[in-house]
Design a protein around this ligand. Sequence first.
Ligand SMILES: CC(C)(COP(=O)(O)OP(=O)(O)OC[C@H]1O[C@@H](n2cnc3c(N)ncnc32)[C@H](O)[C@@H]1OP(=O)(O)O)[C@@H](O)C(=O)NCCC(=O)NCCS
Length: 241
Amino acid sequence: MDILKRISLRLRRKQTLSQTLIETAPAPAPAPAPAQMPNNGNKIIAINSDGTEELAASIAGALIEFRGKDSVVRISKGAKLIGCKFFLGTECSIEIESSKYTIRNVVAHVTFAFGRLKIGKDFSSWGVSLKLEEPSTTVTFGQDCMLSYGITIRTTDGHQILDLSTGNVVNFGADVMIGNHCWIGQDAMILKGVTLANGTIVAARSLVAKSVAEENTIIAGVSAKVVRRNVGWNREAPRRK
Ligand SMILES: CC(C)(COP(=O)(O)OP(=O)(O)OC[C@H]1O[C@@H](n2cnc3c(N)ncnc32)[C@H](O)[C@@H]1OP(=O)(O)O)[C@@H](O)C(=O)NCCC(=O)NCCS
């Protein structure tokens, strides 16, 4: 037998051996089932476009940390999130409706019992810190709200102020309610108890401590006051006609 034939015979033998090995090798043991993490009744729910709901393990673009129990995050699959962080305490909820715009850098601390954040349809943001750090407080956005960078919204002062003659706390937290089609400018801060009417524009760096009942105004300053009336806005860059 010449050398070439011998090599090819050896190769064939080797192949048959390895095939046999593969065929006869025992099937790998099934991977152990992932350990069930106790979820303490916390839930992430994704909402489909037809309104049906399904449980989800996570939401793209959002880090979600449940720190208590029985809390829920309900987010429409039609909402595109980037860089968001949600922290929830016990029996808290965060609800975000669908949006044709991108929702960036919403950092929500809904960490005290029964806190509730609700974001209406077609919301957009570049960066907002939401501090709901007192029990049973709520932040609500209506539809079509546009938020710039560096915004802070608080339902609480975070620490007690006392009337020294009575010892009573004088600065309890209160809900914040932003109407439909509101535009909040860069670095604005909105404090506890503020309600803004539909169509409010909050100027850059304003500090909003009081509610505004009149629709379609610009509010500006520290503390913010109405500086212009009967105005509208849209998302296009200003262009001369
Ligand atoms: C709110 C805003 C859009 C209003 O613009 P405008 O309609 O051209 O308003 P004007 O500049 O005519 O200002 C109206 C009055 O408000 C005052 N004002 C405007 N912005 C203010 C502000 N940020 N803080 C305090 N006062 C302000 C003006 O001094 C003026 O006062 P006066 O009537 O006493 O002279 C603009 O001031 C603003 O804040 N722009 C930044 C928006 C932003 O954050 N964009 C980021 C996009 S991502």
